[in-house]
Design a protein around this ligand. Structure first.
Ligand code: SF4
Ligand code: SF4
Length: 112
């Protein structure tokens, strides 16, 4: 379970991209692409791009998560997640996620 908490604290186990990948479910890929296109105003998100095993799990990554600044930052600093970082409480990078998904911050706090 803990392996499925992303660097930012999001729970990859409930992510539609991961579930579509694990279940190889093309209907869920299509529905997720349509939802995320609107949500993120990102026309480049097509059903074919909906493939991801999870932020910290071996395997394919959704393109936006592969390029994620939070993931890169934690990796560069040698942390498994932002939960290990002493700068977490004031960090403006990860705050962008926690503003909309406060449960992600709680997930990080529970990892420690
Ligand atoms: S890393 Fe993958 S599984 Fe986790 S939130 Fe991003 S797209 Fe979903
Ligand atoms: S500086 Fe911010 S984004 Fe980088 S590892 Fe620390 S909490 Fe995460």
């Amino acid at each position: 379970m803990e392996k499925l908490i992303a660097c930012c604290g999001l729970d990859c186990s409930v992510c539609d991209a991961r579930n579509a990948t694990i279940q190889n479910d093309d209907d869920l890929r299509k529905a997720t692409a349509e939802k995320w296109q609107k949500m993120y105003n990102a026309p480049d998100i097509t059903p074919e791009t909906i493939n991801c095993t999870g932020c910290r799990v071996e395997g394919v990554k959704f393109s936006h998560c592969l390029q994620c600044e939070i993931r890169k930052c934690a990796d560069t600093k040698g942390y498994v997640t932002c939960g290990e970082c002493p700068e977490l409480d004031g960090c403006q990078i990860v705050a962008g996620v926690h503003k909309f998904m406060p449960e992600a911050l709680q997930n990080l706090k529970h990892l420690n």
